[in-house]
Design a protein around this ligand. Structure first.
Ligand code: NAP
Length: 489
């Protein structure tokens, strides 16, 4: 169930928000501590959904600055006006008596950390006279969420539990999967009542939160940063389209080891892997697919009954996009890449994945990288040539692939290459997808080249992940339209 907190400062504004929120959420929380002089009669008269009344004092992260006596009497008044729930902090629960049919939520908040003794804290909440225990802590790392999920997994007592903060955001999405009674979402951006709260639109449209349940399989993106990833949009859209009961969330992870512990313990079914963990995750896997092993990087992990397998879908994703542009006909024995002279700009993670794929297809590859020595190192690993930027004009080139981040948003006026290198008929592939048309691709088009942006590679790698995750064919057209429409806006 989703609860929207009302954080308006005036009664009239709060009533308007209450009406709006009642159309979107299962429960409404009236944060009367935000309202200067709350008119409880007027507010509760408007309720069409169950309402929690909360009057949080300043020392517990709230806004109420009056006397304790006044604070408690407002809560009692809310109960007498038939509020469905009142929320009281764990250390003053004795002050609440005679509340009739109104149910009591006894809450514990820690705004700095997830304390080591949260199991005991939860136990004491369950014995406090609460109808519902509410345990909200601050996550300083991904595994703080796992401690909270563990409590939800083990308890039979009605419990609301999640973590605040950026690291804790996933717990707001996943707590219903582990049996949490409800999760909080803001009515709109800027209306959050606590750090890390998602908007109701993101909860519904991106994560499909109302449909999550104990049978939902969990997937996600392991990386840091992960905040602006397209992964949740593309994968959740694909799950929904294929009727798969699954959710994909961004896991912001600093340390891979405890995260992998959580993947096993909580039965997380699979993750995409991005910067900076594509290499470091490998030591935790039970088996690694031969392509990923030779590349030395994994971008997909599948958990099959506790056995973790690693794959690299970047490599086949880029190669199949290129082959399509080169008009590979089905059944042809040789790839259209065979014998082509390819200049690969960059020597980072994606260059490594693409270089191995090109090598396998029999292309003649030259690595050109800003840090020449790094380019030479990759060329030695792959078994191909390396060159400095200033020498490129000596080469006969069929295909140029940009794997550097030059030209990526926001520095969209930059190009990794002087346009005089670009010749009519060349294929120019920029793996950047934001913007859709980089300066390199615009220059290339103007000079009569065949161009390809990074969207198809991105969609292909996500589609291959979807197939590894679910065993089903990916809705590739839908995935493409999700990404393209997000990038156009
Ligand atoms: P990476 O491992 O950090 O490698 C970055 C590469 O860019 C290095 O070779 C680096 O050269 C070079 N570089 C950075 N700044 C440069 C500059 N100012 N001038 C010249 N070269 C520069 O990154 P990555 O994971 O390979 O990703 C690279 C790009 O590919 C990103 O834009 C990313 O968004 C995109 N990407 C797209 C897809 C897709 O599916 N379409 C997938 C993965 C990545 P040095 O060695 O000299 O530092």
């Amino acid at each position: 169930m989703i609860c929207i907190p009302i954080t308006a400062r005036q009664n009239s504004e709060a009533i308007a928000e209450l009406k709006k929120a009642s159309k979107l959420a299962d429960i409404i929380e009236l944060r009367i501590d935000y309202i200067e002089t709350p008119d409880l009669e007027a507010l509760l008269k408007e309720k069409t959904k169950p309402v929690i009344v909360t009057n949080r004092p300043k020392n517990q992260g709230g806004m109420f600055s009056g006397s304790e006596e006044n604070r408690i009497s407002l809560l009692k008044k809310a109960a007498s006006l038939k509020a469905d729930y009142i929320d009281i902090e764990h250390d003053c629960v004795e002050a609440i008596t005679d509340i009739g049919d109104t149910k009591l939520i006894v809450s514990y908040h820690d705004f700095d950390k997830t304390p080591g003794n949260i199991v005991e804290i939860h136990n004491s909440l369950t014995k406090s006279g609460a109808d519902i225990a509410k345990l909200v802590t601050f996550a300083n790392d991904i595994d703080d969420n796992f401690k909270v999920f563990d409590i939800l997994n083990k308890t039979d007592f009605p419990t609301i539990a999640f973590c605040m903060g950026e690291f804790g955001q996933i717990s707001r999405i996943l707590s219903p999967v582990f049996g949490g009674k409800l999760t909080f979402a803001s009515l709109a951006q800027g209306k959050e009542s606590a750090p890390g709260q998602l908007t109701i639109n993101d909860c519904n449209d991106v994560y499909g939160l109302p449909n999550l349940n104990s049978e939902t399989n969990i997937f996600g993106l392991l990386g840091n940063p992960v905040g602006h990833s397209m992964g949740p949009h593309i994968h959740n859209g694909a799950f929904r389209d294929r009727g798969v009961n699954a959710v994909y969330v961004p896991f912001k992870v600093e340390h891979v080891s405890p995260f992998i512990g959580g993947v096993i313990n909580l039965g997380i079914k699979g993750v995409s892997v991005t910067i900076p963990h594509k290499k470091s995750v490998m030591e935790f896997l039970d088996e690694i697919d031969p392509i990923a092993k030779s590349i030395g990087a994994v971008n997909t992990v599948v958990n099959c009954n506790g056995k973790l397998s690693g794959y690299n879908t970047d490599c086949p994703a880029a190669i199949s996009a290129l082959e399509r542009v080169l008009n590979n006909t089905n059944g042809e024995q040789n790839s259209p890449l065979t014998g082509k002279n390819v200049v690969l700009l960059g020597a980072g993670g994606s260059a490594r994945a693409i270089a191995y794929g090109l090598k396998e297809k029999g292309a003649n590859i030259t690595i050109v990288n800003r840090t020449y020595e790094r380019g030479v190192e990759l060329s030695n690993d792959v078994g191909c040539g390396a060159m400095r930027f200033e020498d490129i004009s000596q080469l006969k080139i069929d295909i140029i692939i940009n794997t550097t981040s030059v030209g990526m948003y926001p520095k969209i006026d930059e190009s990794p290459l002087d346009s005089h290198i670009l010749k009519e008929g060349m294929v120019v592939f920029d793996i950047i997808y934001n913007p859709l048309q980089t300066k390199l691709l615009i220059d290339a088009k103007n000079r009569g080249c065949i161009t390809l942006n990074g969207v198809e590679m991105f969609v292909n790698q996500a589609a291959l992940q979807f197939e590894l995750f679910t065993g089903q064919k990916a809705p590739i057209k839908l995935m493409d339209s999700i990404i393209t429409s997000r990038l156009k806006n």
